[in-house]
Design a binder for this molecule. Structure first.
Ligand code: GDP
Ligand code: MG
Length: 556
């Protein structure tokens, strides 16, 4: 396939502005998928993505498009929209020469529109602004085009106005991809050089890598090496993604596709690695800046006998999501486990859910924390979420972009939900790391009948110790089922108790219901209890459901 006829592009947008819908339309119009209701959000393959309606993993699809009597190969790389997954966005972008920047013609520019724009801009990609949802009654493409001109310095005439839902002007999008985005720079007579921009573990075939070829070509039987692992592999299969894997004889410079080469170990296929022919070593591509973990939590198997199977599940899942950092850890209450670092709370929840759904693992996650470096005593301007305003830019007469400096722990838990409800859903939010700052912090313990729950110990700002201790005790009270005896739930700093709640004992007649009556109902009840037990963790003689650990931290 001639390189001049290849276009590699991504779709970037704020969440819900219509990436997945547009991707579906592009796939349909180029015949990659049939036009049916069942094919909704084809690129969102993971169960967690369909359930939550979000994109977590970037997926790739190769489309064939006829224009002016010529066939073009368009490689589309879908990207997630949520801030927690911006690492995926920058990876997708590295395999592209251009992006479609989708903006909802009703909502206009939002926080992640800005964040994603800068990722593409810094990578020097061609940016095609696309105003979506023009079918909406309240759509105002004129206003949004002006915003784009003002904030991104892109002439408003460059905006394409579409309805991804109805398919209006989507043909124009395909045309402009061919016209405006340059083909990749790659020559067939160069040595083979490919960037691994994603990899997954397949239970039957081992590691499957997604690669972007920066030069040369590769086919079955070739002996290749990876710069990172330094091992030699024979290529078993190459092909393109339509979006299903479709084997081909060969992949050429400029193309995007998949490669299977008998890599068995997860460590052998690092994302960001460079592949080349054994006989023609090349200089490694720059790879990726490792994503910075912002939220940390302990993870333990519910049952210690599942430690080793959980370890391989964690290995395989982190291969697919290398933004998770993993460190071995152990707790005398929970046994051997790990300390995991995530990009945010949603990222942590999605990881947990993927472990359960894709690897059938049952785990206990501890309360998430953020990294701290030192504790100083100093008065600080403190207010609400302890934010300090940095700057403010008017996007137009109705919209303003504000930058604040926040302590990260104020942001990870419920800041986003708070912001959304205060602004009736109008405000949007994105963040980046601004370094460590001094603060007046204390360690708060949570006690159940006097026994500290080490998983729930947390560092809090002194001025918030009382209110968060009280809130935590109240949440715990709701999360821990009544037991045969009374339970005191306390929050304490050192020996000083800040807050207390009491969980009353069962009344006898609740248990009495289990006796007599329908035997099948009783068996069902017992089975349910036994299953429930698996998800419990004992503290002293108190049983705590594992869900309590995550749910207590989310304030209402
Ligand atoms: P993503 O989060 O960017 O992938 O957004 P989705 O493609 O999942 O779309 C979010 C919501 O907007 C869905 O309910 C879509 O049906 C809806 N949507 C997408 N495009 C359009 C459009 O052109 N018009 C209208 N009215 N709704 C749209
Ligand atoms: Mg989506």
């Amino acid at each position: 396939f001639p390189v001049e006829n290849i276009r590699n592009f991504s779709i970037i947008a704020h969440v819900d502005h219509g990436k997945s819908t547009l991707a579906d339309r592009l796939l349909e119009m180029t015949g990659a998928i049939a036009k049916t209701e069942r094919n909704k959000q084809v690129l969102d393959k993971l169960q967690v993505e369909r359930e939550r309606g979000i994109t977590v993993k970037a997926q790739t699809a190769s489309l064939f498009y006829m224009y002016n009597g010529q066939t073009y190969l368009l490689n589309l790389i879908d990207t997630p929209g949520h801030v927690d997954f911006s690492y995926e966005v920058s990876r997708s972008i590295s395999a592209c020469q251009g992006v479609l920047l989708i903006v909802d013609a009703n909502q206009g520019i939002q926080a992640q529109t800005v964040a994603n724009f800068y990722l593409a801009f810094e990578a020097q990609l061609t940016i095609i602004p696309v105003l979506n949802k023009i079918d909406l009654k309240n759509a105002d493409p004129e206003r949004v085009a002006s915003q784009i001109e003002k904030v991104f310095d892109i002439p408003k005439e460059d905006c394409i106005r579409i309805s991804a839902k109805l398919g209006t002007n989507v043909d124009q999008v395909l045309e402009e991809i061919v016209k405006r985005i340059p083909p990749p720079v790659a020559r067939g007579d160069e040595p083979f050089k490919a960037l691994v921009f994603d990899s997954t573990f397949d239970h039957y075939r081992g590691v499957v890598t997604n690669i972007a070829l920066f030069g040369g070509q590769v086919s079955k039987g070739d002996k290749i090496m990876s710069a990172h692992a330094g091992k030699v592999y024979e290529v078993n299969e190459v092909g393109i993604l339509r979006p299903e894997e479709q084997p081909t004889d060969r992949l050429y410079g400029g193309q995007v596709g998949y490669l299977i080469a008998g890599m068995k170990e997860v460590k052998e296929a690092q994302i960001g690695d460079t592949l080349f022919h054994q006989k023609h070593p090349v200089e490694a591509l720059p790879g990726f800046k490792p994503a910075k973990a912002m939220v940390f939590a302990g993870m333990y198997p519910v049952d210690q006998s599942e430690y080793s199977s959980l370890r391989s599940a964690v290995d395989r899942l982190t291969l697919n999501d290398s933004s998770v950092t993993v460190q071995r850890d152990s707790s005398h209450a929970l046994g051997a486990g790990w300390r995991l670092g995530f990009l945010g709370l949603l990222h942590m929840e999605v990881f947990n859910q993927r472990l359960e759904q894709e690897y059938n693992a049952s785990v206990i996650m501890t309360v998430p924390t953020v990294p701290y470096k030192a504790v100083f005593s100093s008065a600080k301007l403190i207010k609400g979420h302890r934010g300090v305003q940095k700057n403010m830019v008017y996007i137009d007469d109705q919209r303003v972009m504000m930058k604040y400096l926040f302590p990260l722990n104020e942001v990870i838990v419920d800041f986003y939900d708070h912001l959304k409800s205060l602004s009736s859903g109008y405000a949007s939010f994105d963040y980046e790391d601004a370094g460590y700052q001094p603060a007046d912090l204390v360690k708060m313990d949570i006690l159940l009948n006097g026994k500290p729950v080490e998983e729930l110990a947390m560092i809090v700002h002194r001025d918030k110790a009382y209110s968060s201790g009280k809130a935590l005790c109240e949440r715990l009270k709701d999360c821990i089922p009544r037991q045969l005896f009374e339970i005191a739930v306390q929050a304490a700093i050192g020996s000083k108790v800040m807050a207390r709640e009491t969980i009353k004992a069962y009344r006898k007649n609740v248990l009495a219901k289990c006796y007599g009556g329908d035997i099948t109902r009783k068996m069902k009840l017992l089975k349910k209890q036994a299953e429930g037990k698996k998800k419990m963790r004992r503290i002293g003689n108190i049983e705590v459901p594992k869900d309590a650990f995550i749910s207590v931290l989310k304030r209402k």
